[in-house]
Design a protein. Structure first.
Lengths: 488, 488
């Protein structure tokens, strides 16, 4: 009897959900988004990899634009919108995209395409325990709606952001559909989040919360997207009383700064390694780096310094240095992320390269290293892994890009050099090289004589004849089917 | 004819091949204070002139008890290791009781057998207790990794007879001479019936080395070189296109060639043997790598190099010594692990053994320290990096557990360059001990008073009888000036 009652209760809940559906007119609020994806081949930077398609469910916004996750349209060649239940299609442009926050806004090529759709407004922030729905589109255009429970609200990793943003942990049972790459989270006819990861075994996933979407859309509204700011510090909790005593932390709360990027928000405000951050913008931090959020309770500092403030807004820190409290002020920005020698993310962009005498030079990026697979830290050339992973220690100057010999395309001219790869180039003919453009310039101005390439590691030096390199370029390009021998 | 020879060979082999039974103990680098686990194994050996027994180093590594037994005598005799050479996997045993040698003669060493010639392998492999004989054909003579040491490569002979546990250390014979010592099979499933033996030049070198009563390590010229095949490179170095010479690309500081050779030197000949542009020389009519000339020499001997430097030919005499900068990569067998215990914090020097037990627990910084230690010549600054290898849980160190695996940079303001620096640095005066690590990890801060109280408790709890073990006989560090224990 007990199980019978349980069944009845479930059926009742479903009936109610169905009722709500009619009121929401959901068909007029979502579109199918089809993206044609073709990433660049980092190991053969002159070509692209095999194309494939990704489909998702986009949310129509009140202004006649469409919201999707950035992951759906990364490395796209084309994005199209499709009305559910009809074959009517329309191309779309990406208007603003943020790979860290994993969000993108699409603008339909024809404004009238979304005429008659009802844009979904953003709903309030959710708390743990709240219920919502995940919407999926069936092949025939019918809407599939599944109850989702918000399990957790906290700062966690995003697919392309290690430091993390606020996210919802959700429990929901989602059937496999081909439009499931990105799915909206809806509550009472309002958009409250976007599901970005889902594990079919545990039936749990993570969603980008409404407040993140709100910040993203506000930023994108003026046509110039600034992105989420970053503090540019490494820190450690200050629970250990011995450590507190050593760094002369005042009683209660605060975190210890273990590294400061001088270009970042905190660095330019004057924060130093060894400082204890007591509060940010008037919000007190506890020993683990949590502030008390009015809505979520104790929440990690990440939300306080990356989501709440905008780029250009005022940053205020109360710190303790050598036991003395002081206030430091500055401006929130993203330089610690953007002004780096080796970028972490490089979607959509063709890798830079230069081929000379069969020697292939590339500019180091996180994307290149990732091409080595999950175990890239073990498999990629160790010097490149080191420069990227310990960039602040090894390559702090953002102007000094890392140019490296990625491979040698065997040809008579490079006989004896064909075993070398993964070598960081330091100089060409005595001139320091800090970008492929600089390398190209020195190559262009050297019409004859030797080209002496100097590398950071063994064998240290390789020599080619300048005139012969020029003479053989076309031949090597032809032999390997490379139409453009440089892209700086 | 062959039959006759075989009979003689079998008679001599039966008389002089011995079964070696060993009980050994392997140190546990996770708990370096423990005496380690006891295991037993069986190998083979053979009697050479002077009433000595030759076997593999790996048969007798970490031996606590060794017995030897002959086919003709059921008694087991106690044996001791006289010399062990882990770098070439050879050992010499002594038997005190003269009666063991009654009825034995000895086996003589032959030369390098011809390719495709037949050899016989004697030993006591799994599958029975009596002497076994297997025949095989010599299929390859080449440099090969000696897996026992973890880093060495020497000349080895591949035969098509399987070498199984219990064959190790046994003689491989052709007519009435020993032409090799069976020592390793092929790792993995890809090849079957492949065995390797240590050829007589390596055995002879070992026997000659120990004549003075002490085994010295193999010597190395400690340079890196590249083939000189590229015409532009040859022109740049002012070398005619005569197919001769290799160019020195790196000289290891503290190595044999430090102060004798320079980057950019072209090596033209070694001890009168002309060096080809691929690095080979002719030795006894056969092409071998130029290192083979050095391999056959001993510490303190010299090698004569004809060098092309700055447009002139010069002769350079390089006195040879072991390449101690690579000693970190040698698996340690006999010496007990060294450590220092402090308030539950265990400090150990970075060794191959430690890395083997840390494997998954080692972070990128530690892995890179290990892999790039020699090539980046880090030993010049820090001859022996010290690792906080473990934090033994205790109420006094709850906040420090996450620091296990960090590389110690300084203790109480003193730089840590070897394990022997740790004790004195910890003894510095002050209320607190501050341990700083490489990178941006937080420091470990301990109250001296608390450590004094917790240490006896931790030692009792974890069964540790000694608070440290830092002196264990000779250690080979790349910097000669650093502390050595008493040499034995």
């Amino acid at each position: 009897m007990k199980s019978g009652r349980f069944f009845l209760a479930t059926a009742l809940a479903l009936a109610m959900a169905g009722q709500a559906a009619e009121q929401d007119e959901p068909q007029g609020s979502v579109v199918r988004v089809r993206a044609a994806i073709q990433p660049y081949d980092q190991f053969r930077p002159w070509q692209k990899k095999a194309p494939y398609g990704l489909n998702g469910t986009g949310v129509v916004l009140p202004g006649g634009k469409v919201l999707v996750t950035a992951a759906l349209v990364a490395n796209r060649t084309e994005v199209g919108l499709e009305k559910p239940g009809s074959a009517e299609k329309c191309g779309a442009e990406v208007e603003a995209i943020d790979y860290e926050a994993n969000l993108a806004v699409l603008q339909p090529e024809r404004a009238e395409f979304l005429k008659g759709f009802r844009g979904l407004a953003l709903g309030p922030a959710l708390r743990a325990g709240d219920m919502a729905e995940v919407w999926q589109l069936e092949r025939n255009g019918e809407l599939l709606r599944n109850q989702a429970e918000i399990l957790t609200v906290g700062v966690g990793r995003y697919p392309n952001d290690e430091a993390g943003f606020l996210q919802y942990g959700v429990r929901v049972s989602l059937p496999k559909r081909d439009d499931s790459y990105t799915l909206p989270l809806i509550r009472q006819g309002q958009l409250v989040g976007m599901v970005m990861m889902y594990d079919r075994d545990s039936q749990e996933g993570t969603a980008i919360p409404g407040p993140m979407i709100e910040r993203f859309l506000e930023d994108a509204a003026d046509g110039k997207y600034d992105g989420f700011p970053t503090l540019g510090v490494s820190w450690t909790p200050l629970r250990d009383p011995n450590l507190r005593e050593e760094v002369q932390a005042p009683k209660g709360g605060g975190i210890l700064v273990t590294r400061v990027n001088p270009r970042g928000t905190a660095g330019r405000a004057g924060l130093k390694e060894g400082d204890v951050i007591l509060s940010v913008g008037g919000m007190k931090l506890d020993e683990d780096g949590n502030y008390r959020d009015s809505l979520y309770g104790p929440t990690a500092i990440g939300n306080l310094v990356r989501v709440r403030p905008t780029v250009g807004s005022k940053a205020r820190f109360l710190i303790s240095r050598d036991g003395k409290e002081m206030e430091l002020t500055g401006t929130y920005d993203r330089r610690a992320r953007d002004e780096v020698a080796i970028p972490t993310l490089s979607f959509d962009a063709q890798p830079r390269y230069l081929v000379a005498g069969g020697l292939v030079f590339q500019q180091l990026t996180g994307a290149y290293l990732q091409e080595w697979g999950d175990k890239w830290t073990e498999r990629a050339p160790q010097r490149l892994v080191e420069l990227f992973s310990f960039q602040q220690e090894k390559r702090a100057d953002p102007e000094k890009k890392v140019v490296f010999l990625s491979q040698v395309l065997p040809a008579a001219i490079n006989l004896g050099y064909q075993q070398y790869s993964g070598l960081v180039l330091e100089k060409l003919n005595g001139k320091e090289i800090h970008s492929l453009a600089e390398l190209g310039a020195v190559l262009d101005e050297t019409k004859e004589g030797n080209l002496v390439f100097e590398f950071m590691d063994d064998p240290g030096r390789l020599v080619l004849d300048a005139a012969e390199v020029k003479q053989r370029q076309e031949e090597i390009g032809k032999a390997y089917g490379i139409s453009e021998l440089r892209r700086l | 004819m062959l039959g006759c020879g075989q009979d003689g060979q079998l008679r001599e082999a039966k008389k002089n091949t011995v079964m070696v039974e060993v009980t050994s103990q392997v140190w546990d680098y996770r708990m370096p204070w423990n005496p380690g686990t006891v295991s037993s194994g069986r190998g083979a050996g053979f009697i050479v002139a002077g009433k000595k027994i030759i076997t593999n180093a790996h048969v007798v590594s970490g031996a606590r008890n060794i017995t030897v037994q002959r086919e003709a005598d059921p008694r087991r005799y106690s044996a001791k290791v006289k010399h062990v050479a882990h770098d070439c996997d050879l050992a010499m045993l002594e038997v005190e009781d003269e009666t063991f040698f009654k009825g034995t003669s000895h086996l003589d060493l032959g030369g390098i057998p011809e390719l495709e010639s037949v050899v016989s392998v004697y030993g006591f492999p799994i599958g029975g207790d009596r002497l076994s004989v297997t025949r095989g054909v010599v299929s390859r003579i080449d440099y090969n990794a000696y897996t026992h040491s973890g880093r060495e490569s020497h000349l080895a002979i591949q035969i098509d007879a399987a070498i199984n546990p219990g064959n190790s250390g046994g003689p491989v014979m052709q007519s009435d001479k020993v032409v090799g010592v069976a020592f390793q099979g092929f790792r993995g499933d890809v090849a079957q019936n492949v065995g390797y033996m240590i050829p007589t030049p390596v055995i002879r070198r070992f026997l000659k080395d120990v004549e003075d009563g002490k085994y010295d390590h193999y010597v190395d010229i400690a340079v890196r070189w590249m083939p000189l095949e590229n015409p532009a490179m040859r022109k740049y170095l002012n070398r005619p296109n005569d197919g001769r010479g290799v160019v020195v690309t790196d000289v290891f500081s503290e190595g044999s060639s430090d102060g004798y050779l320079q980057k950019g030197d072209v090596l033209l000949s070694i001890d009168g043997h002309a060096i080809e542009s691929d690095g080979s020389v002719r030795l006894e009519g056969k092409p071998v790598q130029l290192e083979e000339i050095v391999e056959r020499k001993f510490a303190g001997e010299e090698v004569r190099l004809e060098v092309w430097r700055e447009g002139k030919a010069e002769t350079v005499q390089v006195p040879l010594k072991p390449a101690d900068m690579f000693s970190m990569y040698e698996v340690l067998y006999e010496p007990p692990p060294r450590y220092v215990l402090y308030g539950g914090l265990v400090f150990q020097p970075l060794t191959a053994n430690l890395m083997a037990v840390m494997a998954g627990g080692a972070d990128l910084r530690l892995k890179q320290k290990y892999t790039m230690f020699a090539t980046d010549q880090m030993y010049r600054e820090t001859p022996e990096p010290v690792i906080l290898s473990a934090v033994l849980p205790d109420s006094s160190n709850v906040y420090l557990r996450g620091l296990a695996g960090q590389i110690v940079r300084e203790i109480n303001g003193k730089k840590i360059q070897t394990l022997t620096d740790v004790g004195p640095a910890l003894a510095a005066n002050g209320e607190r001990t501050v341990i700083r690590f490489e990178g941006d990890a937080r420091p470990a801060v301990l109250k001296r008073e608390e450590v004094d109280r917790s240490t006896p408790r931790i030692m009792a709890q974890y069964g540790i009888s000694e608070v440290s073990r830092t002196e264990v006989g000779e250690r080979r560090l790349a910097k000669g000036s650093f502390e050595k224990g008493d040499e034995k």
